[in-house]
Design a protein around this ligand. Structure first.
Ligand code: NAI
Length: 507
């Protein structure tokens, strides 16, 4: 295991924008002398005073002593020109996202710094291998991908290009850890880990919205209140900005030679064309005018509690449903497992979605009164559940299913009968992408789960989630999505198939 760089080492940060300033703050807080350079006159000095103000704020909150804040600020130095960085042991570049400009900068640096100096780039989308190709010694270049805002976000992706020396990646990993971050190793591939594996969170939501599954507020509410995601996909895309999010989606799709897995949505294109970029200009999926009312999720009106309720088996959903009914003193009986049946409520048959539409499942199982429920992160604590109702289902049966779920304390949102509902198809596709990243040697299981929890705040790593619901269930959902849509986008990762046949969880 490589050691972290000593805090005696000088760290240079080039680019004093949002990311460079944050990274400089992190390195100075960790005890390094930091030289900050920007080619825009006054930018580095402004960033240095901004960081000093941050240290003062931390001192005011009691997170640093006044002496520590002062010492950290004193370690930050403005560099006037590239030659001021000659004594650096680590240079972190956070300039404009352009391959040629980054290559030129690293070539100039190569001629200047000592032979042991590590060169790192904070690029979020450019190949480390491609940047390194311009260097005489690409072995010492790696990605050090911080997340915004760098002082607050724990994750750092340490990205190795084809030529990167393993000890360089190991030193950066140890150094990021010494700076209080949680690093993960990744191989240089488009989107690295987070920007690749997160694509389905947006893509599946856009697909469900395009197919009229429900409105944005309802789908966002399902992702938050059943899926446990901190933000729904539409409010998140509005926050990121559709120009930025669409550009990342297109760049990952192009970089994978137009693999349909990453196909952008026409809806993103429309928003960008219309100039509806999200929060930053007041309109995206939602309207951010001061007078605009926040739309509420569509929620079923109260239905009477059905007289006859049976809960089947001991799946997590069944156990939680039974516990919730008991806690609310609702009368029900329990029976041993019967296939995939979750519950009966009056004439209704309830099952957890397996990626088929309710209508197809009703037809294939000769059970007209079929109602499907969506995946929840934890059925015991979820406050909302999405359902879909078979076209064949009688109205009284629908009402009974809704009444049962309401009696168990769920707000119920009925989606149009889209296959895999909202949370289930999203989580299955996140797990599929995470498995592909592991299968292709980009990172290991622990890294992808850590990256998605810390980089985008997912409530659970996608592969831990696959384990929790059963890898076989993920495979079933993906298989049904694939045969419903007939698209390569839903092909099951070979690693998921492997784990199903080996009857193994991800570890
Ligand atoms: P920014 O636009 O806020 O800052 C870039 C700074 O670099 C500007 O101050 C600019 O004057 C300076 N600059 C440009 N060319 C330069 C050069 N040749 N020499 C010296 N300084 C130069 O950009 P931001 O957002 O800080 O991004 C910087 C890098 O970090 C990009 O590669 C970006 O892809 C990456 N990144 C951005 C994230 C974000 O959320 N903004 C997250 C993770 C990575």
């Amino acid at each position: 295991m490589s050691a972290a760089l000593s805090s005696q080492c000088v760290v240079a940060v080039i680019g004093a924008g949002a990311m460079g300033a944050g990274i400089a703050q992190v390195a100075a807080a960790a005890g390094h002398r930091v030289r900050l350079l920007d080619n825009q006159a006054g930018a580095a000095a402004r960033a240095v005073s901004g960081i000093a103000a941050q240290f003062d704020k931390l001192a005011a909150k009691g997170k640093l002593s006044a002496e520590q804040a002062q010492a950290a600020s004193a370690r930050l130095l403005v560099a006037e020109q590239l030659s001021d960085l000659a004594d650096a042991t680590l240079v972190i570049e956070a300039i404009v996202e352009n391959l040629q400009v980054k290559q030129k900068l690293f070539c100039d640096l190569e001629a200047l710094v000592g032979t042991d100096c590590i060169l790192a780039t904070n690029t979020s989308s450019i190949s480390i291998t491609a940047i390194g190709a311009a260097l005489k010694r690409p072995q010492r270049l790696a990605g050090l991908h911080f997340f915004n805002p760098a002082p607050l976000m724990a994750l750092v992706e340490v990205v190795s290009g084809l030529a990167t020396d393993a000890p360089v990646g190991a030193t950066l990993f140890a150094t990021a850890a010494a700076w209080g971050k949680t690093p993960v190793h990744a191989k240089s591939t488009p989107g690295f880990i987070v920007n690749r594996v997160a694509r389905p969170y947006y893509a599946e939501a856009l697909r469900v919205l395009t197919e009229g599954g429900a409105d944005c507020a309802t789908l966002d509410a399902c992702c938050r209140e059943a899926g446990g995601f901190r933000m729904g996909p539409f409010e998140l895309m509005d926050m990121i900005g559709h120009d930025v999010n669409f550009a990342v989606t297109r760049s990952v799709w192009n970089a994978y030679f137009c693999d349909p897995r990453f196909l952008p949505s026409l809806m993103q294109q429309e928003l960008v064309d219309a100039g509806f970029l999200g929060r930053k200009n007041g309109r995206g999926f939602y309207c951010y005018d001061a007078q605009a009312e926040k739309p509420l999720p569509a929620t079923e009106a109260a239905q009477p509690t059905p007289g006859e309720i049976v809960v089947y088996g001991s799946s997590p959903a069944a156990r939680a449903l039974a516990a919730r009914l008991s806690a609310r003193a609702v009368a029900f009986t329990q029976q041993s497992a019967q296939g995939e049946l979750l519950a009966r409520a009056g004439a209704a048959t309830l099952c957890v979605t397996d990626g088929r539409s309710a209508t197809r499942r009703a037809a294939e199982s000769a059970t007209p009164n079929t109602v499907l429920i969506d995946l929840a992160l934890d059925y015991a604590t979820a406050t909302r559940l999405a359902i879909s109702v078979a076209a064949q289902c009688a109205l009284e049966a629908t009402h009974a299913a809704v009444g049962l779920l309401q009696a168990a304390g769920f707000a119920v949102s009925t989606l149009r009968d889209v296959p895999g509902l909202m949370v289930m198809r999203t989580v299955a596709m996140l797990a599929n992408e995470a498995a592909d990243a592991v299968n292709q040697g980009v990172c290991d299981v622990a890294a992808v789960d850590t990256a998605m929890r810390l980089g985008v705040n997912y409530p659970q790593g996608p592969l831990a989630w696959a384990n929790a619901m059963g890898v076989a269930q993920v495979g079933t959902v993906l298989g049904h999505l694939a045969d419903t849509y007939g698209e390569d986008r839903y092909r099951t990762s070979p690693l998921i198939q492997h784990h199903i046949y080996a009857a193994k969880a991800f570890a």
